[in-house]
Design a protein around this ligand. Structure first.
Ligand code: ATP
Length: 234
C-alpha cells in the first residue's frame, strides 16, 4: 500500500534522513523505531507531505505522492496523528471531531462517521461538550486519533502515541490501535518505546542516524541481539 524508496530529507545543511526504504502492506502495522533524532518523525512528515523530500519517492496505492500537498495526500486516504497530540485545546471534543471531518465529506456523512467514532471511543461521548484542553493526556491522544479517523483514511501515520502517557493509558491507547487494525486500517507507527512497538507491530524498521539499520518481523527483531542490547536494555 505504501512504499518509501531511497528517501532523503534535508533541513538546510542537516541531512536528517540519509536513506530510508520501507513498505507497508494493506492491513499491517509497521513500527518505525530508533533513538531520538534518528529521523522517524521526519520520515512520517515526508509521507504526509509536511516535510519536503530532497530525493527519493513516496508511493501510495501505486501512485507517486512525493511532493504533493498535505491536503492532497489526506484526500488520497493518508492521515497523520502528529506527536504531542495537537488537538484544539480551546474547542470542545465535538468541534475537534467536526474539524477533522470537515475536509472532504458531506455533513450527513460526517455525522455518521462521528457516531462511529463515539462508539469506538466512549470516553469522547462522555466528554463531548468538554474543551479538548481539559482532557487528560490519554484522552487527548484518543481525540487526536479519532479526529484523524473522521476523514475516513485507509492508512494512519501515528507519531509517538505513548509519549508522556501514564502506563495504564499507554495500554488503553495501544489496545485501541490493535482494534483499529482489526477493523482493517493500515498503520505506520513511530514509537520510541521499542518493546511496546514490537508487541503490536507485524514488522519493524530500525532507524539510526537517518538510515535503516535493521528490519524484519517484530518477532525477529525482538530476538535480535542488536535490538535487545541497543533498545530493549538486555
Ligand atoms: P524524535 O523522536 O526526537 O522526534 P526522530 O527520530 O523523530 O526523533 P526527527 O525528528 O525526524 O527524528 O529528526 C531527525 C534530525 O533532524 C534530528 O537531528 C533533528 O534535530 C533534525 N531536525 C528535525 N526537524 C528539523 C527542522 N525543522 N529543522 C532542522 N533540523 C531538524
Amino acid at each position: 500500500m505504501l512504499s518509501v524508496e531511497a528517501l532523503k530529507i534535508r533541513y538546510g545543511e542537516v541531512e536528517a534522513v540519509r536513506r530510508v526504504d520501507l513498505t507497508v502492506d494493506s492491513g499491517e502495522i509497521i513500527a518505525l523505531v530508533g533513538a531520538n533524532g534518528a529521523g522517524k518523525s521526519s520520515t512520517l512528515g515526508a509521507v504526509a507531505g509536511l516535510v519536503p523530500v530532497a530525493s527519493g519517492k513516496v508511493i501510495f496505492d501505486g501512485v507517486d505522492i512525493t511532493g504533493l500537498t498535505p491536503e492532497a495526500i489526506a484526500r488520497k486516504g493518508v492521515a497523520l496523528v502528529p506527536e504531542g497530540r495537537r488537538i484544539f485545546a480551546s474547542l470542545t471534543v465535538a468541534d475537534n471531531l467536526r474539524l477533522g471531518g470537515a475536509v472532504h465529506q458531506p455533513v450527513a456523512e460526517a455525522r455518521l462517521r462521528e457516531e462511529e467514532m463515539l462508539e469506538l471511543f466512549p470516553i469522547l461521548r462522555r466528554y463531548y461538550r468538554v474543551k479538548g484542553g481539559n482532557l487528560s493526556g490519554g484522552e487527548q491522544q484518543m481525540l487526536a486519533i479519532a479526529r484523524a479517523l473522521m476523514g475516513k483514511p485507509r492508512m494512519i501515520l501515528l507519531d509517538e502515541p505513548s509519549l508522556g502517557l501514564a502506563p495504564q493509558l499507554i495500554d488503553t491507547v495501544f489496545d485501541l490501535i490493535a482494534e483499529l487494525r482489526r477493523k482493517g486500517l493500515t498503520i505506520l507507527l513511530v514509537e520510541q518505546n521499542v518493546a511496546l512497538a514490537l508487541e503490536i507491530a507485524d514488522r519493524a524498521v530500525v532507524l539510526a542516524n537517518g538510515e535503516v539499520v535493521l528490519s524484519g518481523t517484530a518477532k525477529e527483531l525482538a530476538s535480535s541481539d542488536l535490538v535487545r542490547q541497543a533498545y530493549l536494555g538486555a
